[in-house]
Design a protein around this ligand. Structure first.
Ligand SMILES: [Zn+2]
Ligand SMILES: [Zn+2]
Length: 330
């Protein structure tokens, strides 16, 4: 039904897809329950004794179907947190297939593709966090010798950029010891080695930021009235840091009460919960580290711009965090 009415390759008319989605919603109530049903199906399939000749094809079809389903615009735009069970079920099926013959191992690559699509459509980085806890990195390592690495090449860059968020880094640090060995030959397409290298790079900053709480000394107090001592706290909205509780109270009463995005339920930095406060602190630490290391070079590049517009008082600088990694390594 999915292939006929809503398949990505068949390109059906909009009414057909609408019909399919309407029926799907009628059967499963909402997207969250739809994900739960997929988890049940995956677990059910795992328990079946399937003829070895049909095993790879059966799973390949199942993963392909779910990938198409998850990618449907109507499902994709529902922007919910994907239930942990749905991710764990796919991961454990993938890891079991990985222990089989070549064809089964190829199908484990399809499982990686499905998890990648789930991470791509998810509203938050919880999906990747659950996948990390369920052994996604191990699966990528085990599939290192596979010839077709399309699905792996897609998930690796996503994985690396999510290591810039505290939650995913925390989940990864809990499971793997620092530093990770990055042995074996380099390959032109992305592999688990890129993830290991990114982890090794950022882990130092992560520890400095969270165990040594370096961020507490690096943010300026927003309470202009003072007095100012050490930097100790941050408003849950993520926008302002204070050197003391009294500074926070004074700034709150002076007007932050009205503009604080946390109080208006928009969450840290008004991002509606897409990233947590600890994520924001961690990213801000990486950016600060980058700025302090690249200050001279940045000044050199900015000088001509300021000369061109001499009345400019402020400028917004956009940083590409993939460039930051080179600098954080220094
Ligand atoms: Zn202060
Ligand atoms: Zn606030």
């Amino acid at each position: 039904m999915l292939n006929i009415l809503a398949g990505r390759d068949t390109n059906p008319p909009a009414e057909d897809r609408a019909l399919f989605v309407r029926e799907l919603c009628r059967l499963t109530a909402d997207t969250r329950s739809l994900y739960r049903v997929t988890a049940q199906q995956t677990s059910f399939l795992s328990r079946l004794t399937i003829d070895p000749r049909l095993l790879a094809d059966t799973w390949s079809r199942h993963f392909g179907l779910l990938t198409d389903l998850v990618y449907l615009p109507e499902i994709r735009q529902s922007r919910l947190k994907i239930p942990r069970k749905a991710i764990v079920a796919v991961m454990s099926a993938g890891r079991r297939l990985c222990a089989g013959d070549f064809k089964s191992r190829e199908t484990a690559g399809d499982a990686v593709g499905l998890v990648g699509t789930m991470c791509y459509v998810a509203r938050t980085n919880h999906t990747l966090m659950h996948a990390v806890k369920a052994g996604l990195f191990d699966l990528l390592c085990e599939l290192d010798d596979m010839l077709d690495r399309r699905t792996i090449a897609q998930i690796v860059p996503l994985f690396c950029s999510c290591l810039l968020t505290a939650k995913v880094m925390h989940a990864f640090s809990q499971r793997y010891a620092f530093p990770l060995a990055v042995g074996g030959p380099r390959r032109p397409s992305p592999t688990w080695r890129d993830i290991a290298e990114t982890f090794n790079l950022y882990h130092v900053l992560y520890i400095r930021s969270f165990q040594e709480k370096s961020w507490r000394c690096s943010m300026p107090c927003w309470n202009v009235q003072g007095p100012h001592h050490d930097m100790v706290r941050i408003c849950p909205c993520g926008a302002h840091a204070y050197c003391s509780g009294s500074c926070q109270r004074m700034h709150w009463n002076a007007g932050h009460r009205r503009e604080c995005s946390y109080a208006s339920f928009d969450g840290p930095c008004g991002l509606q919960g897409a990233v947590s406060l600890s994520d924001i602190i961690y990213i801000s630490n990486i950016v600060q580290e980058y700025v302090s290391l690249a200050r001279a070079e940045m000044a050199q590049r900015l000088e001509p711009l300021f000369e061109q517009a001499s009345d400019t008082e402020q400028a917004i600088i956009r940083l590409n965090l993939t460039e930051v990694s080179a600098c954080a390594a220094v």
